[in-house]
Write a new protein. Structure first.
Length: 125
């Protein structure tokens, strides 16, 4: 089974994603900020990360920079999930190796699942 780490301070979003992903195919873990996300990765490396940009303690961009330093650029696939569409943040995420992004308020749960499935299919798994 594939493990997905959702790093987001919006607990409603996290709970909705956890409930929506097929438990037969995915194990979903969560962290409320980038600092907790780094702790979760140290315990067990996920197959995919859903990463919010705006969070307390360590935001998504800071998390990406630290993760790339520790694990290598693009070693863990990352999808940015945010309620902002600021092009500067998205382009900075792209330069840090994200595999894609979506605006949470614009994407359906089925759409999010298709995006996740697509990342795994592109990886040849």
């Amino acid at each position: 089974m594939k493990k997905i780490l959702v790093i987001d301070d919006d607990m409603t979003f996290v709970a909705t994603v956890k409930a929506s992903l097929d438990p037969a195919h995915y194990i979903v873990e969560s962290a409320a900020n980038g600092t907790q996300g780094m702790e979760r990765i140290a315990e067990s490396v996920p197959d995919l990360i859903l990463l919010d940009i705006n969070m307390p303690k360590m935001n998504g961009i800071e998390f990406l920079k630290e993760m790339n330093e520790k694990y290598g650029d693009g070693a863990i696939p990352v999808l940015v999930t945010s309620n902002i569409s600021a092009l500067d943040k998205i382009s900075e995420g792209v330069s840090l190796g994200i595999r894609g992004y979506f605006i949470k308020s614009d994407e359906s749960l089925q759409g999010i699942i298709r995006i996740i499935d697509g990342v795994f299919k592109k990886g040849g798994e």
